[in-house]
Ligand binder design. Sequence first.
Ligand SMILES: [Zn+2]
Length: 198
Amino acid sequence: MAVSVKEAAEHYGLKIGRGDMACCPFHNDRTPSMKLNEDYFYCFGCGATGDVIDFVARLFNLSSYAAAQKLAYDFGIDPDKPPAAAALRKPKYPLAKAFQREELHCRRVLCDYLHLLENWKVQHAPKSPDDTIDDCFVEACQMLDYIEDLVDILTFADLEVRLKTVDMLQKDGMIDRLEERLKRLEKEVDAHDKTKIG
Ligand SMILES: [Zn+2]
């Protein structure tokens, strides 16, 4: 939504002076103590703050949704189809949001896998020198350090490194394959447990 707090405040009758300051409509303000920024307002007198929807909601005593509708209507943003408040609150950095989601997803899958490997390393360890080496044990030995490193990177590394890592993990499809496999294994374990109980 293109309406800034300042535009809305002006439209609804606030006098905006130097430094984008105005008399606060939310308390008995004699000298301008409300600062109107692009995205939010802040009153140094009473502490009132919020975005453009909050401003209109409070000014006209409306719900956020009704305030969003009023804004859409008053500013001629397709009044036939007033958008929902959620649609008006466009995230400022949609890419950052998307990245955070991807990163969380990668970390979750890797952590699940890490726990599995840790279990395998203990449970499938050979009990005596004559035991045949279990595949799960081998995989745990081979992969543990690498997966641990990846989790560390996604948790502690600089943003640039994390971006590259998430990109790499998704590009080669590793995360998707891993997630599929973990789901499959979980089902097998469930089935196994059920037959045990039954
Ligand atoms: Zn105030």
